[in-house]
Design a protein. Structure first.
Length: 320
């Protein structure tokens, strides 16, 4: 039987290790992308570490020296101070607490210290202070929502619609501007009943514009102390009817523009009016010199009645 001779040059058989590994092939295919990724990782690590260092350096304690050096070479000047959210807080009061002004260097003050000072303003609940390049400071206020200032035991505090204190911070007597923006209520229980009387008064601007304070008497009724020192004695539970009568007298007779000591409206069928002592003395002198006397439906009152008006200098709760 015939068999073919073996080939003279047989094909070589594969040997382990002759082919490239999978890792080598992966590296060749993705070499460019891996290099770019490695560079990106290095950059991110560098930025992260640098940011951490910078964050620690920017704290007030550690950054003070660097901040002052920046101030000396800082080419950025404050051109704009923007204040947002100041419905009750005066803009000038905010700028005063900022401790810088336009024309000063942008890095020439401490943002954190300015924020803490602004937070001490009576109407401010909290605030944020930001530097915005190239030339602006932006201050954003979140204010309390008070309806009145309550004077109790010689202290002044802000109260909300429910009569609750909305800030533990006491308002000092030097904050005069605040008293022009919110009504002042005085006495025990005044905080819990302030919302009702304040809402009623809003319907009578001729009375509201002349009101200095609302005094709670015996925790059951109100006196209105006017800016001229006169006192309006309102009846218990019938405040709206009394205010309507008082407004009618003001519109027709200009009652509140007269030199009054008090107007007693506690009786529904009458109004007892007391002139101030200065007006009485002046009227008496005029009557004596003229030898005649005059009377008016608006100034007649019993000589036995006493004027019930607290002094402007000290508003105190009166006994019923």
């Amino acid at each position: 039987m015939y068999s073919a001779p073996p080939p003279s040059n047989p094909a070589p058989r594969p040997v382990d290790g002759d082919r490239p590994s999978r890792l080598s092939l992966f590296w060749k295919r993705h070499k460019a992308g891996l290099r770019r990724g490695s560079v990106l990782v290095i950059i991110l690590l560098t930025l992260g570490g640098g940011s951490w260092i910078l964050y620690n350096m920017l704290s007030d304690a550690q950054m003070e020296t660097i901040r002052r050096q920046l101030e000396n070479i800082d080419p950025l000047k404050i051109r704009h101070i923007i204040i947002n959210g100041n419905n009750l807080t005066d803009k000038n009061d905010v700028i005063a607490q900022l401790d810088t002004h336009t024309g000063q260097t942008l890095f020439g003050f401490s943002v954190e210290e300015a924020r803490l000072r602004i937070n001490k303003l009576p109407f401010v609940e909290h605030s944020t202070v930001e530097r915005r390049l190239p030339d602006s400071i932006v201050i954003t206020l979140t204010e309390h929502l008070p309806i009145a200032i309550w004077q109790t035991h010689g202290h002044f505090v802000l109260i909300n619609q429910a009569g609750e204190r909305i800030s533990e911070q006491e308002i000092s007597r030097k904050d005069i501007a605040i008293f022009r923006k919110l009504p002042l209520v005085v006495g025990n229980g005044a905080n819990n009943n302030a919302d009702t009387i304040i809402m009623l008064l809003k319907n009578y601007p001729s009375i509201t514009s002349r009101t200095l304070a609302l005094v709670r008497v015996g925790n059951r009724r109100w006196n209105i102390v006017l800016r001229n020192g006169a006192t309006i004695l309102l009846p218990e539970g019938a405040e709206e009817a009394a205010l309507k009568r008082l407004d009618n007298y003001q519109q027709n007779f200009r009652l509140l523009e007269r030199p009054l000591a008090s107007v007693d409206m506690r009786l529904a069928d009458r109004m007892v009016i007391h002139l101030s002592s200065a007006s009485q003395n002046s009227s008496a002198g005029s009557n004596n010199s003229a030898g005649t006397s005059h009377s008016s439906p608006l100034n007649r009152s019993s000589s036995k009645e006493k004027a019930l008006a607290p002094s402007n200098a000290a508003l105190t709760e009166k006994k019923p």
